[in-house]
Design a protein around this ligand. Structure first.
Ligand SMILES: [Zn+2]
Length: 276
């Protein structure tokens, strides 16, 4: 909770590592992988931004039923995790949805007062002709898409185009690639501009090697997103992927008992993420 001397809002950013899949192998993550059977853990995060009394939630984590169906483990119930941070979900007024995959929108109903924000392009994508194709619909759950339709018709889902400022110090930016409406979130912190890349980067490795993740709608947009992320973040150490186990290892715990579960990515990493 801090405000810079010139009254620019700065946020604390809590990355919540709520799930994991230790059975994942590299061949599931990377196209043309030379060691496809080598293990590569996939972790699951969502994020909470806090500045004073102001709270913005970025994605909502995965529902345990969907986790089970897709073979992932829940480490910390995403909604219960908020209470560890002193955040009552029923009081949250702003929730950004970076895209509509099941591991990001599993708890919409935990936020009864919230206004949700998402790319208009994502809504068109998940209710349009590409969903006829199993490849493109495989990370969406129709009951959750139906909830988005209900929220839209209740006036609680705002659909934006490309770039939008959500609050002073928080903006969202379309990149596409992973899905048609994938966006990233730029957040002002005491250490500068941090970019929550969400699934524009699952692992740091994509960014470092300039390679796409295997779950893709459009490979050219996915690769171009790396440049957009670099434009918006103060350095590569200010970039936060959505599924990399290294995040919990690099960044300080948000408090006692939260080690390896909730970390502060508005603070500097313990070692440079660029020198791994
Ligand atoms: Zn994801």
């Amino acid at each position: 909770m801090s405000e810079a001397s010139d009254n620019r809002t700065e946020y604390e950013i809590f990355a919540i590592r709520y799930g994991t899949n230790a059975r994942r192998v590299r061949g599931q993550n990377f196209i043309l992988e030379t060691q496809p059977d080598e293990p590569q853990v996939l972790d699951f995060y969502y994020w909470v931004l806090k500045s004073g009394e102001s709270v913005i939630v970025v994605d909502t984590g995965m529902h345990p039923d969907k986790a089970e169906r897709h073979g992932h483990g829940i480490l910390l119930h995403p909604v219960e995790a908020l209470r560890h941070l002193g955040v009552a979900p029923e009081g949250v007024e702003t929730v950004i949805l970076t895209h509509a995959h099941y591991d990001h929108i599993g708890h919409l109903d935990a936020f009864p007062k919230a206004q949700f924000f998402m790319q208009a392009r994502e809504m068109a994508y998940v209710t349009g002709p590409w969903m006829e194709k199993p490849w493109f619909r495989r990370a969406y759950e129709p009951d959750e898409i139906a909830r988005l339709v209900h929220l839209l018709h209740a006036g609680r889902l705002a659909l934006h185009g490309l770039d939008r400022t959500i609050a002073d110090g928080v903006s969202v930016h379309w990149v596409g690639g992973h899905c048609d409406g994938q966006e990233i979130v730029r957040v002002r912190t005491a250490r500068g501009w941090v970019v929550l890349a969400s699934d524009a980067l699952h692992y740091y490795e994509e960014y470092e090697r300039g390679v796409p993740f295997a779950v893709a709608f459009n490979l050219s947009d996915m690769i171009a997103a790396h440049d957009r992320i670099r434009e918006l973040a103060d350095s590569d150490d200010h970039v936060i992927p959505a599924h990399d186990p290294r995040i919990a290892a690099f960044y300080p715990a948000a408090g006692p008992g939260l080690e390896d579960r909730v970390v502060r990515v508005d603070l500097a990493p313990a070692s440079s993420t660029e020198s791994r």
